[in-house]
Design a protein around this ligand. Structure first.
Ligand SMILES: [Zn+2]
Length: 118
């Protein structure tokens, strides 16, 4: 990726692309780590009961009505507490999408730049 974009560029631009490439990979790795953490950290928490509608913890409740949103738990269901997991996974995906989006923008700029130069 670096090689194809960096061809025939002057020094400063080459360093800039190199730094962007580095940031790209760092963010990609961080995003992947977040996604993995999202799954690893929430493992073994399947016993946690949460409202299927709002995610409120319903462990120890005597009634089948969620105190947070008022929904009938028999209708919305009781799910394991996966909110933290999906929060982390969502952040991880965003962190990955950000550099990819940045890279696409950079690619367009490079393309336009080379078209103007030629
Ligand atoms: Zn609820």
């Amino acid at each position: 990726m670096l090689m194809t974009v960096g061809l025939g560029m002057p020094g400063v631009a080459e360093i800039l692309i190199l730094l962007l490439g580095l940031a790209f990979w760092v963010m990609l790795i961080v995003g992947l780590i977040l996604i993995v953490l999202g799954f690893v950290l929430t493992e073994g928490k399947q016993g946690d009961g949460a409202c299927g509608s709002c995610g409120y913890c319903v462990i120890g409740l005597t009634r089948m009505i969620c105190p947070e949103c008022g929904n009938d738990l028999r209708e919305v269901g009781i799910v394991s507490d996966t909110r933290k997991r999906w929060d982390l996974v969502r952040k991880g995906v965003l962190v990955i999408l950000l550099p990819i989006g940045l890279w696409v923008v950079m690619g367009v700029i490079m393309l336009v730049n080379s078209m103007i130069m030629n």
